[in-house]
Design a protein around this ligand. Sequence first.
Ligand code: FES
Length: 206
Amino acid sequence: MTEATSGASFEPGMDPSRRTWIAITCGAGAVGGLAVAVPFVSTFAPSERARAAGAPVQVDISTIPPGGKLTVEWRGKPVWIVRRTPEQLATLKTLDPQLADPASIRTQYPTPAYAKNPHRSIKEEFFVGVGICTHLGCSPSEKFQTGPQPSLPDDWAGGFFCPCHGSTFDMAGRVYANKPAPDNLEVPPHMYLSDAVLLIGEDKKA
Ligand code: FES
């Protein structure tokens, strides 16, 4: 399992696969894009056929540094695993008044019960979310750096920005109010097999 991520490098705020997913979601050719993405998780998969049918994906999360993000493919979708810093977690608690659905009550993309909490995750540190905007399906960009920067408010607290129509999401995938995206980012079914291994696509109720 560790082989699957051994070739990836991580830096805070850096996602080496982001360009691939943007290419897919912007219609640059799903077949070509997926062909690039497959090797990223291919050693996790039971088989190509099973994976295409939606087989769960095991992910070694032990190499993700604080403030870093790993992207894997599940059911043809990019799934982000973000290891949040204590500062990022502390900031989440201050954002509720600015968000459209801070408690994840909306049902278009139902949040699993185990992620219906202020950090939207099983473990506070790790956010697991589908990296597809709930507006029209673009892949948001990570904007973990806080503060003023192009296209974002001066008091930006870190999160994700969808370049297609400007929706913004916090570090828990919660959409800001008055944006085109109608819902928070989807949290896929998932569970921990150990401290280091996450299973995406299945949870304890499955
Ligand atoms: S697709 Fe993300 S804002 Fe429209």
